[in-house]
Design a protein. Structure first.
Lengths: 349, 349
């Protein structure tokens, strides 16, 4: 399956399928004199003798947020320079979302930018690898230092997903679900039906592809996030705060954030557009810890949300809500009202 | 004097004159909710009670290359985030070329990019502040990590130049001279005539403006340096190597590089297009240490030049040479031949 971006220029292909990595990558590497690899440690340990046997002399990154520190950024860029990377070389970044973000930021900044290819290896990375956002973390929050830098291609070999631990699958599914909400009611219903018993890889492929297409729609129409790209932030405003506070996997925190978004969408419209009980049952059945929402501290959440880089004012916090499936809108919710919504949600659980 | 860039979009103004800073800046700051300042320590010490009395709570950077380390990058971005910088805030960067590069890279990357204004305070920075290149240094060379990020304006208040120490004036003049070479014979002759006795600020203003216009011509037609922007690298290939090796001020090393470029331009054409003696006399009269060229080690220079980020191949080194004043061309000089030219130049001195 090949999906192409639809920018004015600088378009690239996203390949999604099983067992495609080496073949697809060779079509690109043959165009470059030198190729450099950045690979997630866990992924390399699992696949160095099989899927990744063609990878030579990789820079190995500790997976997860550790790869997004200033120190890791320094180590990656200095190692690339020590190896004599040139402007017309290619960098291939293989790993989960964090390694993709960190490797992408290195590609964006070393020699003021070199070509790179994203090879996402987790379900969550079906989201982060699309859209050209790269970043490292600040002590004041995630992804606060970064750049927009489009890859030359994204090669998403679904075989990597087969070794994902259950909590990683659950986390990645949070973004799959978000993309269904962003699309339309039919997609949400089909996804919930396909996963009514369990979330299994076999059933997810069409929803992953649909999710990538949905994300691309928003990203190509608003690359620098001045308008509709904000809608991709659905569930993320409170989700990020919960993720930061409880060190919860990203997509799991996002599901909690989505649940609050559904609550707040109903509250803002003063009617039950969405059946909260249905979503609560569905999320809890799959193991998402909605009970955690009972224990959050409103004041603390407000402070954390106020620091989000997407937030541009004080006195209120920008939120993406839904009028219906696939119908998002951006609104500033007054601080007092937002705090009241959080309190009410806690009481409702 | 106001010069406007000529990009497809995202244009900005460059203001050049005496005593214009506060008035010009207020036209921009009034458009933003919050403004953050990054200021060169030396400049702030000299001007905090006068020209810069309007600057509030600046982040102070040690001037020079120290401001372009990874540690300084971390400190700048973390301080901006600690102060709650938002995407729609403005950053104003006041200082010499190094502070401009470092502050510009922070503006390019914090929150994936915020608006910024360059306020160059040295003669050298008339060059570096134009063109949207930002960078920090690697242990493997200068400016090896960076980004292209256009400012919203450049405000070049020439009053700052009055306190420049003589070696800073001499260094900055190297780039003024390069821009004259890039323009035409008439400009070179007029500049040499105007400075035949001494290099003084009073006579330089029209040449600074002409230099900015020349640079802008190359930059707006080739922002990402895939073609003619390379010509701005005139004198820089060997110049950077000398600068790195002898820790010489940038523009002084560039004059040495320009002298070699003139030599090599003659050699490649097998005729004396340029009167070497004339240039030697002129440069030495003003105190440029051309004798230093006698002591350089060919092999070492070759190694350093091979590491330049503009260099894309091995076996040869890319060079910008001139067929005549204002007529540059890019060529790959074979390593052996280049080494021979350096040897011959040393013997000629």
């Amino acid at each position: 399956m090949e999906i192409r971006t639809n920018y004015m220029d600088g378009n690239y292909a996203i390949y999604v399928d099983y067992g495609i990595l080496e073949d697809q990558i060779s079509q690109y590497t043959s165009q470059y004199t030198s190729v450099h690899f950045i690979v997630d440690q866990n992924v390399y340990t699992l696949y160095q003798d099989s899927t990744l046997s063609f990878v030579q002399n990789p820079i190995i990154l500790e997976g997860g947020e550790a790869s997004k520190s200033f120190d890791a950024f320094k180590r990656i860029t200095e190692t690339l320079l020590e190896r004599g990377i040139k402007r017309n070389d290619l960098l291939i970044v293989i790993g989960g979302g964090a390694v993709g973000d960190a490797g992408g930021f290195a590609a964006a900044t070393v020699l003021r930018g070199v070509d790179y290819i994203q090879v996402p290896t987790t379900l969550l990375a079906h989201d982060s690898s699309i859209g050209g956002k790269t970043a490292i973390n600040s002590t004041f929050g995630k992804n606060l230092i970064g750049a927009f830098h489009r890859p030359k291609a994204v090669i998403y070999d679904l075989s990597f997903l087969e070794t994902l631990p259950p909590h990683e699958l659950l986390s990645g599914f949070g973004e799959v679900f978000k993309h269904a909400l962003l699309k339309d009611e039919q997609t949400v219903k089909a996804l919930m039906e396909a996963t009514k018993n369990e979330i299994s890889l076999d059933t997810l492929k069409p929803f992953i592809i649909s999710g990538i297409e949905t994300k691309m729609h928003y990203v190509t129409n608003d690359e620098k996030e001045s308008g509709i790209r904000k809608f991709l932030n659905l569930g993320h405003t409170l989700g990020h705060a919960i993720e930061y506070k409880y060190k919860m996997p990203h997509g799991i925190a996002i599901v909690l954030g989505l649940y609050f978004m559904i609550y707040a969408s109903n509250a803002e419209e003063r009617q039950n557009i969405f059946d909260l009980k249905l979503f609560r049952h569905y999320f809890e059945q799959h193991g998402y810890p909605l009970d955690q929402l009972k224990t959050i501290n409103e004041t603390e959440m407000m402070t954390l949300m106020g620091k989000d880089k997407k937030n541009q004012s004080s006195g209120s916090i920008g939120f993406v809500l839904m009028k219906n499936f696939g119908q998002c809108y951006f609104t500033e919710i007054d601080n007092d009202l937002l705090e009241k919504y959080i309190k009410q949600l806690k009481e409702s659980l």
